[in-house]
Design a protein around this ligand. Structure first.
Ligand code: MN
Length: 253
C-alpha cells in the first residue's frame, strides 16, 4: 500500500513526522508537504505561478521516508504528490497542531489535503489534535492513530474522513460535524505604534450537540467523521423543485 502524507503545518512539523511513522506500519510512505505553514488556507490551489517539488533531507525522515517540499498549498502538495508517485492508495494529512472540528472544517488546510485526495479518487484521512501550552505528546497519541487507521483502512467505502484525537483519549466515537455554532471572532487590538488592527480567530464554544465532533472531543473521545464532497442540500433541492414544479432534471417550467 502506498501512503502519501501531507499537512498544512509545513514539512518541519512534528505532527507530520509522527503521522508518517505510524503510517509506515501500513505500507510504503512518502511525505509531500508545504515548505512553510499553510494553516487556514482551506482548499486553495496555486494557479497563477508554477510550483516546485524538491526532495528534502530531514533528519527524522532519513533512511525511512522520501520527503518533498512544495512552495504551495496543502491541496497543491497532494496533487503533485499523486502526480509524481504512481499508484497512491491513501493520503493522510496531519497530525495538525490544533483541532479541526465543527466550522473549522471549512477553513482547514489539513482537511483540504484529504479532500484533494478524494477529488482525485483516492482515500483521504485528516488527523488533528489540540494544542495546549506545550506541544502535543505525539508518542502517546501514536497508538490511537494506529488504532484509527486500522479501523478506517480496513473499510473500503470511506473516501473522506476527519479524525480528531484528544490529548488523553478514552475511546472512539463516530460523529457528525457540529454546525450549530460558528466560532470565528474578530478581535480588535492595537499594534505597538497605537494603530488599530484585528485578529480573526477562533475561540472555543462550550456547548455542543450530542453525537458531534466537538461533543466527542469534549468527552475525550477520538472523533471520526465521514465527510462527503457533495455539499448539495438534498432536502432543500427537493423542496424547491417541487414548489416550482420542475421536471426530473430540475428545469423550471
Ligand atoms: Mn495547521
Amino acid at each position: 500500500m502506498r501512503i502519501l502524507i501531507s499537512n498544512d503545518d509545513g514539512i518541519y512539523s512534528p505532527g507530520l513526522a509522527a503521522l508518517a511513522e505510524v503510517a509506515s506500519k501500513f505500507g510504503e510512505v512518502r511525505v509531500v508537504a508545504p515548505d512553510v505553514e499553510q494553516s487556514s488556507m482551506s482548499h486553495a490551489i496555486t494557479s497563477s505561478r508554477p510550483l516546485s517539488y524538491r526532495q528534502t533531507p530531514i533528519a527524522s525522515f532519513q533512511g525511512k521516508f522520501e520527503a518533498y517540499r512544495v512552495n504551495g498549498t496543502p491541496a497543491d502538495c497532494v496533487a503533485l504528490g499523486a502526480h509524481n508517485w504512481e499508484g497512491v492508495d491513501a493520503v493522510l494529512s496531519g497530525i495538525n497542531l490544533g483541532t479541526n472540528v465543527g466550522s473549522a472544517v471549512w477553513h482547514s488546510g489539513t482537511l483540504a489535503a484529504a479532500k484533494q485526495a478524494a477529488l482525485l479518487g483516492l482515500r483521504g484521512i485528516a488527523f488533528s489534535t489540540p494544542v495546549t501550552e506545550s506541544e502535543p505528546d505525539f508518542p502517546s497519541l501514536a497508538p490511537w492513530v494506529e488504532k484509527t487507521l486500522r479501523l478506517l483502512l480496513a473499510q473500503q467505502n470511506l473516501p473522506l474522513v476527519n479524525v480528531n484525537i484528544p490529548i488523553q483519549p478514552a475511546g472512539i466515537c463516530w460523529t457528525r460535524q457540529a454546525i450549530q455554532h460558528y466560532d470565528g471572532r474578530v478581535v480588535p487590538a492595537k499594534d505597538p505604534m497605537g494603530r488599530s488592527h484585528y485578529w480573526y480567530t477562533v475561540v472555543p464554544i462550550d456547548q455542543a450537540e450530542a453525537g458531534t465532533d466537538r461533543w466527542a472531543m469534549a468527552r475525550n473521545h477520538v472523533s471520526i467523521t465521514p465527510l462527503r464532497l457533495d455539499l448539495t442540500d438534498d432536502e432543500l433541492l427537493r423542496r424547491e423543485r417541487t414548489r416550482l414544479g420542475c421536471n426530473d432534471d430540475g428545469v423550471t417550467k
